[in-house]
Design a protein around this ligand. Structure first.
Ligand code: KOT
Length: 841
């Protein structure tokens, strides 16, 4: 298909080529044009939401021009590309990010002001793109920012959910879920109705022999659903690169079948088919760190994986290269096991459709894929039932069985007569029904497997995947500690701090080389600098206090210590321990004389986070937090000394406001359960300290910033097994302070004790799997140390500044460079933007 304009006509194109706006005037012209034409409104009918729409469209146009050039450049350079396959991309808002990344926020601010708008208000109009649950999806979003900012030729592939993560309302202290219909107006996506792929489901496999006597398999019958591409431009920060995030949307495959039904009067069922097809990309599964094994989820996975691979293979085939060069041009990263079927699908394409020999194909597959593991929690490790895969993807099941057979044969050769080993590492679990272990398939089908923080990478090598280390050797397993993009999480979320840092580190260079933050250590004793730093933190706290007042009605003092825990609600993250701690603090304050109370340090306990709709215990935790708040916040004895607030609907844009306002944040998972955590990095980068367990990236943060600058507590990962054992065999007596807290809950101080019986008994009577009782004492002691440290404001400030200065390691740029070098073998594509010709020769 030749779609390019012939040489003689290209001149006309070049003459009229669109160029992005260059100055404030040009920007204003674009805004007005969009208001008057695209939106069909006028200066008499332009509210903040119309101003947002027009401003977003103006920047979108700009991005798409850059996007076009980037794609051309990457195609002509014939660069190796990386494809990041993730079921979640938690992007948040795009406008502020786009303005900052192309370096035109000041211009837009001035332009909007001339047109009668405040840029802050305009930015707030945007609906978050919330196609993710939490850390895993947000990591994918940070990675896209770094990939573009570092000029790597990279695409993201995901699903275009009609409904992202639900909106959370708190009604009478309970979480209520409201659908997040976000596509009403989305200027950031480009529908590509010409880029579609037909995806097959169900059906059967037909075996035959070809002329040469070789057995060939064909997957036939079943039903087809159409995948339509929607492209989202991803601008790099201060680079010529604008990469692509391609999201697939499902649609009924139009064809004779529908028409036949329609014409024969079966209107209802033809509409039902339509709806069934659209269901595939309708909704994001709202579970974080949990696999529920639902058929529709498997359909989502295959739909997205098959469409993406078709796209990737189509692009490769245009180059007319031999198949063995596929891994030289394509790297595919699996964000957890959710896209593992891609391994099977590529093998199917190569063997069934392209006629390669099994071994040659498998070599290509293994060299193409890398797999990132994000969790060791057993309930999150994906398994699919064999009968379900047999039904939905019959040919894929055969391939999985063959992959497993060849794998187990090689294990048998390497470790003869070890049936236990074969059973342990088999891709198929011999249960009733049999299950496909997706992590095993991902390991066998990839050339590299990585964890996301040092402790986590060590744990997977010594526990869940230890047999695979024996089989493949240690080099297949590696660590890439997570990172965050300083553009969004410092420059965008905390513009004043970013500016102050720029003024001391020699400009904005730290935003692309975060290790330059180290220069701040020279100023830790600089009076003026310290004063400004403290003022910025205070201003950020004032802003959060206003938000708290407006959304919860609770008045909090910005001079109190702001203690924040915002993340998905999960027993392993132990928000229950935090609220038990707050109750303990309340009881302690109540027991004091007024004189004693006067000496106490005022504190605000701030919580936020969503519970999966089916996670009963997590919902109970939210309920208790709200009920404790209702009592404590209205207790005249307590006043400002303790406030407990739950912030509704925690999401990316709320995080951008909350994180810069924190004094201390809590990262208190049971040791060995939080693979990395990434908000810990965001809080420290914004000049907050953290209290945490020796878990995930907390350990590396401690190593970087120094143990005097972090409040660590609790048991270590290596002790967890023994402690759990002690609980089960009645060798544990519950912590006395915690028992006191439970008594108070059971007296009904915080509402009907029945409502919290599950939470209490999980700790007291049912084995305390997350070791709340074991860590409680150490947790309280450490909070006492936090109070003491905060009293010395000067020393506290020194800790904050020193910590920020030492956070350079945690940029997602460092992280992406490690993937690029150690796993993908790709290089940046840098060009001189000015020398580049507008169109290819
Ligand atoms: C697992 C299954 C479904 C949905 C999400 C998950 C998941 C999320 N597994 N791990 N995560 C988190 O990933 C983050 C990014 O690596 C980590 O920082 C965090 O510790 C994981 O819990």
């Amino acid at each position: 298909v030749e779609a390019s304009i012939p040489e003689p006509q290209r001149e006309a194109w070049l003459k009229h080529q669109t160029s992005p706006f260059k100055d404030k005037d040009g920007f204003e012209r674009e805004v007005v044009r969009h208001v008057e034409t695209t939106l069909a409104r006028s200066l008499y009918n332009c509210d903040e939401s119309a101003a947002y729409a027009a401003c977003a469209l103006a920047f979108r146009d700009r991005l798409i021009l850059e996007w076009n050039r980037t794609q051309q450049r990457q195609t002509f350079a014939d660069s190796k590309r990386v494809y990041y396959l993730s079921l979640e991309f938690l992007m948040g808002r795009a406008l502020d990010n786009a303005m900052l990344n192309v370096g035109q926020k000041d211009l837009a601010k001035a332009g909007l002001a001339e047109l009668g708008f405040r840029i802050e208000d305009v930015i707030q109009q945007e609906h978050d793109a919330a196609l993710g649950n939490g850390g895993l999806g947000r990591l994918a979003a940070c990675f896209l920012d770094s990939l573009a900012s570092l000029n790597y030729p990279a695409w993201g592939y995901g699903l275009r959910y009609r409904y992202g993560i639900f909106k959370q309302e708190i009604i009478d202290g309970y979480q209520v879920e409201v659908p997040d219909y976000w596509l009403d107006f989305n200027p950031w996506e480009f529908p590509r109705h010409d880029v579609t792929v037909d995806i097959q489901f169900y059906g059967h496999v037909v075996k035959s022999t070809d002329e040469s006597g070789k057995t060939v398999c064909r997957w036939e019958g079943g039903e087809t659903v159409k995948a339509v591409a929607y492209d989202v431009p991803i601008p790099g920060y201060d680079t010529p690169t604008t990469n692509n995030l391609r999201l697939w949307s499902s649609k009924a495959a139009s064809g004779e079948f529908d028409f036949q039904k329609f014409n024969s009067g079966d209107y209802e069922s033809s509409v039902a088919d339509q709806q069934r097809a659209e269901t595939i990309s309708a909704v994001l599964y709202p579970n974080d760190n949990l696999d529920r094994g639902k058929e529709l989820r498997l359909k989502q996975q295959y739909f997205w994986v098959a469409a993406s691979l078709y796209d990737i293979v189509r692009r490769f085939k245009k180059s007319k290269r031999p198949w063995k060069e596929f891994p030289d041009k394509v790297a595919i990263q699996l964000n957890d096991t959710h896209p593992t079927l891609a391994i099977v699908e590529l093998q199917r394409i190569l063997v069934d459709l392209e006629g390669l020999e099994w071994d040659e194909a498998w070599n290509i597959v293994v060299n193409t894929f890398g797999y990132t593991n994000h969790t060791v929690l057993p309930e999150a490790l994906e398994k699919w039932s064999v009968p379900l895969i047999q039904h939905l993807l019959p040919r894929h099941l055969q391939i999985i069985y063959d992959v497993n057979l060849f794998f187990l044969q090689s294990v048998e050769r390497q470790f003869p007569n070890n049936r236990d080993l074969l059973r342990e590492v088999s891709i198929i679990e011999e249960s009733q029904p049999k299950m496909v272990r997706m992590a095993h398939l991902a390991i066998v089908g990839s050339h590299k497997v990585n964890g996301v923080a040092e402790l986590h990478s060590d744990l997977i090598k010594t526990t869940i995947f230890k047999d695979f280390v024996e089989i493949f050797g240690p080099d297949k397993f590696t660590n890439v500690t997570n990172g965050i993009t300083p553009r969004r999480w410092l420059h965008q979320a905390n513009p004043r701090l970013s500016e102050l840092i720029a003024s001391k580190t020699g400009g904005k260079g730290f935003l692309t080389d975060l290790t330059l933050l180290s220069k701040l250590e020279l100023y830790v004793d600089d009076k003026e600098f310290r004063k400004e730093w403290a003022e910025i933190k205070y201003a950020n706290k004032v802003r959060l206090a206003k938000h708290i007042k407006a959304t919860t009605g609770v008045t909090v003092s910005p001079s109190a210590l702001f203690d924040v825990q915002v993340k998905r609600i999960h027993e392993y993250k132990r928000q229950q321990m935090n609220i038990f701690g707050a109750i303990h603090r309340y009881l302690t304050l109540k027991a004091m004389t007024p004189e004693e109370r006067q000496k106490q340090l005022p504190r605000v306990s701030i919580f936020g986070g969503k519970a999966a709709p089916g996670y009963w215990m997590a919902k109970q935790i939210i309920h208790l937090i709200n009920n404790v708040g209702a009592v404590v916040n209205n207790d005249k004895d307590i006043g400002d000394l303790l406030k407990v607030v739950f912030l509704e609907d925690y999401n990316v844009s709320k995080a951008e406001m909350i994180i810069p306002a924190s004094d201390i944040s809590e990262h208190i998972s049971t040791a060995g359960t939080e693979a990395s955590g990434t908000s810990n990095m965001k809080f420290v980068l914004n000049g907050g300290l953290i209290i945490g367990t020796c878990d995930g990236a907390n350990i590396e943060i401690t190593r970087e910033i120094g143990e005097n600058n972090i409040f660590l507590f609790g048991n270590l990962a290596e002790d967890v097994e023994e402690l759990r054992h002690a609980h089960l065999y009645g060798q544990h007596t519950i912590d006395a302070d915690l028992a006191r807290v439970f008594d108070e809950i059971e007296r009904g101080t915080f509402g009907n004790p029945q409502d919290f019986a599950g939470m209490v008994s999980a700790v007291r009577d049912h084995g305390d799997y997350y070791l709340v009782s074991d860590d409680f004492h150490s947790y309280l002691e450490t909070h006492a140390l936090v109070d003491e440290a905060y009293r010395d404001q000067e020393q506290w400030l020194t800790k904050c500044i020193t910590s920020v200065a030492r956070m350079g390691f945690f940029s997602s740029d460092r992280c992406i460079n490690e993937y690029a070098e150690g796993i993908w073998n790709i290089e940046p594509l840098v060009v001189d933007r000015d020398k580049e010709t507008a169109a290819p020769k």
